[in-house]
Each structure stands twice: as C-alpha cells, then as structure tokens.
Design a protein around this ligand. Sequence first.
Ligand code: TRP
Length: 332
Amino acid sequence: MSEKKILLSGIQPSGKLCIGNYIGALKNWVNLQDEYESIFLVVDMHALTVKQVPSELRQRCLSFVAQYIACGIDPDENTIVIQSHVPQHAELMWVLNSITYMGELNRMTQFKDKSKQHNKNINVGLFSYPVLMAADILLYQADVVPVGADQKQHLELARELAHRFNHQYSDTFKMPEPFISKTGGRIMSLQDPEKKMSKSDENDNNILGLLDPSDLLIKKIKRAVTDSGTDIVYDQSRPGLANLLGIYAKLSDKSIDKIVAQFEGKMYSHFKADLGELVVETLRPVQEKYSQLMDDKGYLETVLKAGADKSFVHARKTLSKVYRKVGFLLKK
Ligand code: TRP
C-alpha cells in the first residue's frame, strides 16, 4: 500500500449534480487527489432511503461516475467505487448498528429534516443512514473525509463509533478527521438564496446542473433572485447577489474584492451575463468529456470493476478483523 494518507468521500446518486456539488466537493477532490490515496464513492445504498425509480437510479449511478471523471478525477490514480459493489459496507454497518444507540441517531438533524420532508416514508434506513456512512468511512481506515457542514454531525458519529469499538474490543479503526475546505463555501439556491443549492431540489430553476445546456444555464442565472439594489457589492444582507458573487469567485479563483472592483459602476445584468459566460465556459469541457465517456460504457465498466476489486481488498481486510474481534467463528 502507498505511504499516502487515505481520503474518502462520497455523493448520493439522487437528483442531478450541480454547481454546488462541483464547488463544494468535486473541485476539492480534484485538488486533493494527488496528495492522498483517494476513494470516491457513489453511495447508491444511501440513495435507497428515499423512493427511487430503479431504472433511473441505475442510469444515474453510471452518469455520476462519468461526471466524477469528467470533472477531473483521475480513475487511474484514485478509486471510484459504487457502494453496493462492495458488500462489506452493509456487513460492517450491521456490526456498528449494535454499538450505536437509538438516542444518538434520534439527535441527527438530517434525520429530523428528512423525516419532515418524507413524512410518508420514515423508514429504518433513513434512521440508520449515519451508521452506513460510518461504515463507509471506517471500512477503508480513512484518514480524512471531506464533507460539507451538513455532514459534520454524521462524521462525529463515525468518530464516536470508531472510538467505542476500539475501546470495547481493541484498536481496530483509524480515527477519521473531517476535512472542511477553506475555500468550500456554501452555494445557495438561485431562487431562494436562504437555503442550500441542493441537487435534489424539485424546482430545477434553483440549481445550475453540471449537464444543463448553455442557454439554460444562462437563463437560470439571469432569473436568479437578487434585490432592488443597483450596485454590485458583497453584502450578507443581499444573499442572492452575495451567492452569485461567491460562485463567480470560486469558478474564477478571484477574490470577491477583485470582482467587486471589476464590476464597479456596472449593472446586475452585466454581472449576470459575465457570470453566465464563466459558468458555461467552466462546464463546457466537463460536458464534452462527459459525452465521450457516456459513449464508451465499456470503459466506465472497466473503471468500476477496477474500483470494486481494489476496494474489496481493503474492505475484506478490515471486516475480517472486525469479525474476529467481535467473536464470530471464522469460516474455514
Ligand atoms: N451522507 C453524505 C452526503 O449526503 C454522503 C456520504 C455517504 C458520504 N457516505 C459517505 C460522505 C462517506 C463522505 C464519506 O453528503
């Protein structure tokens, strides 16, 4: 195994990947991939906790893999893997279930939010979602886990479970560290800039999809909610404009101050037109690479086969250790 530390992260294949995922996750993954031995998951088992159309889920998993690669993840240097391809995720989860308290899961804010949102389908999977996530992380002995602020609580549970298991049996799991990117920044919804841009938003006008056609991206930016002001300044009390400035800054790698100076005396419409162009130009190569990849399913399948084979080796090692420690009779 290489000397590099292990980085692990994942995205749920639900909805469609958007500029929020690009800036908040994928772009950072690409920047970190050389420094770490990286594992990037498509967590299809997590996606089952809300209703899915099976044929769409299947297609989306492949599409997400192609989008990871199109955004710059190098599948030769990193591991891209579909969660359900490695059965040890579920197996480790079962063991972790037995050291997780109901009270701990009851406190999870995402569970509370999702229970409200899907109040006709508050299933056990939704409840134990964070335990599966802990299994994802601990299975690979991950050192660092880049996550958004909304996942911090889940990561803390993973750390707590690692500690609890190590203490109850003996040292088994590495303690994963959260990696909250300095440049991360939350990208907000275009029509409702008080809430996060979410790939599962029912209103498509709230998100800039990575695969949206150029004219649609431009139209969505033009229609993004701003305010009745005229000057382009960064002001938290003008969340729509602040969000668009944030997107501009992240995609151009310029500071907000520089952008504000650049647009001094200009109108919102100018700024939005320039931002539209920036988004389109950023996504153009991603979309081109994506269509090439989707035309070569054989290649994507090779990537996934390699990813599953490589992960399986790590996963089996950790799981057999765990099974031995908890007292399971080993199969000969
Ligand atoms: N729960 C994460 C999210 O919704 C996705 C996820 C699943 C994940 N397993 C993970 C993230 C392991 C990091 C590490 O964003």
